[in-house]
Design a protein around this ligand. Sequence first.
Ligand SMILES: Nc1ncnc2c1ncn2[C@@H]1O[C@H](COP(=O)(O)OP(=O)(O)OP(=O)(O)O)[C@@H](O)[C@H]1O
Ligand SMILES: Nc1ncnc2c1ncn2[C@@H]1O[C@H](COP(=O)(O)OP(=O)(O)OP(=O)(O)O)[C@@H](O)[C@H]1O
Ligand SMILES: [Mg+2]
Ligand SMILES: [Mg+2]
Lengths: 282, 282
Amino acid sequence: QPRIIAMMNQKGGVGKTTSAVSLGAAWAISGQRTLLIDLDPQAHLTMHLGIDPEQVDLTIYDLVTRHDVSARDVVQKINDQLYVLPGHVNLAGLDAELAPKMVTGVAQKILKERCGSLIWGTPEAQGGPNEEPFDYVMIDCPPSLGLATINALILAQEVIVPMQPHFLALQGLSKLLETVRLIGQSFNPDLSVSGILICMHEPQTLLAQEVISDLASFLTQSQEDGTPWCNAQILKPVVRRNIKLAECPSFGKTIFDYEPNCHGADDYQQLAAAIMAQCPRE
Amino acid sequence: QPRIIAMMNQKGGVGKTTSAVSLGAAWAISGQRTLLIDLDPQAHLTMHLGIDPEQVDLTIYDLVTRHDVSARDVVQKINDQLYVLPGHVNLAGLDAELAPKMVTGVAQKILKERCGSLIWGTPEAQGGPNEEPFDYVMIDCPPSLGLATINALILAQEVIVPMQPHFLALQGLSKLLETVRLIGQSFNPDLSVSGILICMHEPQTLLAQEVISDLASFLTQSQEDGTPWCNAQILKPVVRRNIKLAECPSFGKTIFDYEPNCHGADDYQQLAAAIMAQCPRE
Ligand SMILES: Nc1ncnc2c1ncn2[C@@H]1O[C@H](COP(=O)(O)OP(=O)(O)OP(=O)(O)O)[C@@H](O)[C@H]1O
Ligand SMILES: Nc1ncnc2c1ncn2[C@@H]1O[C@H](COP(=O)(O)OP(=O)(O)OP(=O)(O)O)[C@@H](O)[C@H]1O
Ligand SMILES: [Mg+2]
Ligand SMILES: [Mg+2]
């Protein structure tokens, strides 16, 4: 059974894309078959992997808006263990475009329906090559709570919330969790929040310490209260601010290909191992 | 005639809100009557000014979706020279909600229509108190190119693009400029890009120097080419990374009230003066 994780936060610039790529690459290096899905119209996850979104023939946008295209047609191989469904700028218009299909709930489930056979593998009997299913699926979301993010929450079983330890980034958390709860009630009862991922951490600042302690006490209070985030923890290790993580996308490389011995690579490698060690909700 | 500026960039976390509040506060301090408009469903500009968006009676959302509410009912006074139209989380659903009105162009112009009398002042003859018009109007946009941002581009005459000097932040610039050009052609011929504002600058990093030099040569190449950004410059001074700028929103204060002698306050104060000195496009 693959673990399907949505990397989401409507606050912009908190490390969603950097974390999705870095964790995905680390899982692939340790032998886990990993699929990355780029739901952001900026297509930054796609660019980070060295793919020019303008040159891509079929993207996730084609997958969710056309019926003559399958996920197998769209998926691109990065290496033996790492695959991607590339993003596209036209995703920006998805809410307006699919608005008429929201009332029946069709628009909200489109990603799950269109990616199903790729993620869970098709048995040979159905005529597809018996591709192995994926071990990890990571969905990078845009900085909003629109239709793309809702689709990610319906496909995923787990949510990881990247967060910069700043005041403004903390403010949106209750709205984010509320959205996760609503999706849990209406579309996806298994959805839970696995963890909060502190990114761009500057340990010497008082602000970071205060935000992290506020967050920790909030999570402690909601333990065992039955909410989708009652088991959520602050994931360890936190990811420190490290300019190498901001440099590597310009080379189309993951941090492990670009600068394998820097803090950024260490933090994400340990984090990936810690998440693998977590026992997913049965 | 008021200068109306949209602070926009679909890339998240680049300093849009921090710049809108800090510049607005600096103009107000130097005696300019300033209106801030919060178009982001996160309502961070509203929070940064010490207003709890959940407690606000009437917000910008009410203004654009109801006809029994005027901009004068919604506007809140921060001090004698600084006013705000508060944001609201329901703005997140604007694209789907107003999608039917996009085909006629009504949805795109709603902000301009609903704010007109407040921005330009109502002559006494029309029955309103003869409020002075505003000198500066600054619109904070969400991190997307959706309907809220399009409305800002139709109300504004100028665009300022805040940008972190990182590779991923540079990628979206051509799409952003293309959107400005399209709005210029279809709805707002006067729209131009006044400048690119470098935020969270870390002068010692090579990445920042490379991104800024890439940006400078791009702007030089497009000089006098007739595009809406042919006169755009990199605004000076750049805004340095300064943790005080990330601390002040938690106190609901502007940087000038919170820590008037820090780098952040200096940079934004000088920047506000430089923008005032710029002669707006006649
Ligand atoms: N730990 C880190 N140290 C330094 N820079 C980082 C780190 N993580 C991310 N960055 C840089 O910070 C910026 C924001 O990160 P990123 O783009 O991953 O955030 P995001 O949440 O995906 O943004 P968006 O909301 O626009 O999708 C990027 O330029 C990235 O290269
Ligand atoms: N010069 C600076 N130095 C340090 N921190 C800063 C600076 N400018 C902004 N910040 C902090 O960085 C984060 C991102 O800034 P801000 O929220 O203003 O960006 P934004 O573009 O409005 O984000 P969004 O896309 O989510 O609307 C915030 O936590 C803010 O407090
Ligand atoms: Mg991203
Ligand atoms: Mg903002």
